[in-house]
Design a protein around this ligand. Structure first.
Ligand code: SF4
Ligand code: MG
Length: 322
């Protein structure tokens, strides 16, 4: 497996005031392989969007680094290098409407990147490319002359996808791209993303707040809690043999269609709320809600270890047992 992105102890803090620092991302280490979909899940406020933006270089890192195709994302670059980097890494948003300029036609929205990066030599070539992109995402030439407000949520997401594709990226951060859509539309957008991935060899970081949403689309899944990665495994492995108490709790909250299985299984209810990322708990970030917490958990932050092959976890229950 070829690594496209290496994330090493990545941190992103926000200074709130003189005394308080919000630790949105507090030391993530993982790789994203070329051509895979890496699902990143966690409750809202766990830092997954900030992680996505910092990985892309949209936010400066407070610490650690991101290596994309062998080059550091956060290192100072020439204008030309920076432009090339922003072409290769694109983003799709939860609310495409907020990210589409309401005064621009869809055609111009899609062509913006083509113009910035000089990807079409003539006006005809530009037109041709836009038309191709519209068709690729299931829209047509007529749609190109209209404005964002004339479209449904699902169509707007298609426009957002076309805009991202326009510059031929390698890597796309999809930040909750289907969370705001009707369930019937969600599958269509997921299918489109998967088709595009196969055709173009794209790599995705797919962010979601719900484990059931990333199950089918992801090759591997990472679970975040309070700015930290608590577990990473292949999609099947994570659902079959979750290790971290937080992952177990998240999985136990997903309803199972079979009523007999549903009735017999144990549901893990977590006490309390997610603590604030401002002055987070000492030791394990999950300890204030963990049903398994031990003495050591309040004192020592668990390391992120490979407990089984390709299955990583940060929890004292598994330390020294692999
Ligand atoms: Fe729970 Fe301790 Fe493991 Fe944290 S390290 S998840 S508190 S058992
Ligand atoms: Mg978010």
């Amino acid at each position: 497996k070829e690594k496209l992105i290496e994330i090493k102890d990545l941190k992103r803090y926000f200074k709130i005031d003189r005394k308080n620092i919000l630790k949105a991302v507090d030391g993530l280490t993982f790789d994203i392989f070329k051509g895979e979909t890496f699902g990143l899940v966690g409750e809202s406020g766990c830092g997954k969007s900030t992680a996505g933006r910092t990985i892309m270089g949209l936010y400066q890192a407070t610490g650690g680094e991101v290596v994309f195709k062998g080059a550091s994302v956060h290192e100072k670059k020439s204008k030309k290098e920076l432009k090339e980097l922003t072409r290769r890494m694109q983003m799709i948003f939860q609310d495409p409407y907020a990210s589409l300029n309401p005064r621009m036609t869809v055609k111009d929205i899609i062509a913006e990147g083509i113009d910035i990066h000089g990807l079409a030599k003539t006006k005809e070539e530009r037109e041709e490319r836009v038309l191709e992109l519209l068709e690729t995402v299931g829209l047509n030439a007529d749609h190109g002359n209209r404005y964002p407000h004339e479209f449904s949520g699902g169509q707007r997401q298609r426009i957002g996808i076309a805009r991202a594709l326009a510059v031929n990226p390698d890597f796309i951060v999809a930040d909750e791209p289907i969370s705001a859509l009707d369930v019937s539309i969600q599958a269509q957008v997921v299918n489109l993303l998967q088709e595009l991935q196969h055709e173009r060899g794209l790599t995705y970081l797919f962010i979601a707040h719900d484990l059931s949403m990333v199950k089918h689309i992801s090759d591997r899944v990472g679970v975040m809690y309070l700015g930290n990665m608590v577990e990473i495994a292949t999609s099947e492995e994570l659902y079959e043999d979750p290790l971290h108490p937080y992952t177990k709790a998240l999985l136990s909250a997903i309803p199972i269609p079979d009523p007999q299985v549903e009735r017999s299984r144990e549901r893990i209810i977590l006490e309390g709320d997610v603590p604030s990322p401002i002055n987070p708990p000492s030791g394990c970030p999950f300890r204030t809600r963990c049903p398994m917490a031990m003495e050591i958990c309040s004192q020592v932050k668990p390391d992120f270890i490979e407990h089984k092959k390709d299955h990583w976890v940060a929890c004292h229950l598994f330390e020294g047992k692999n």
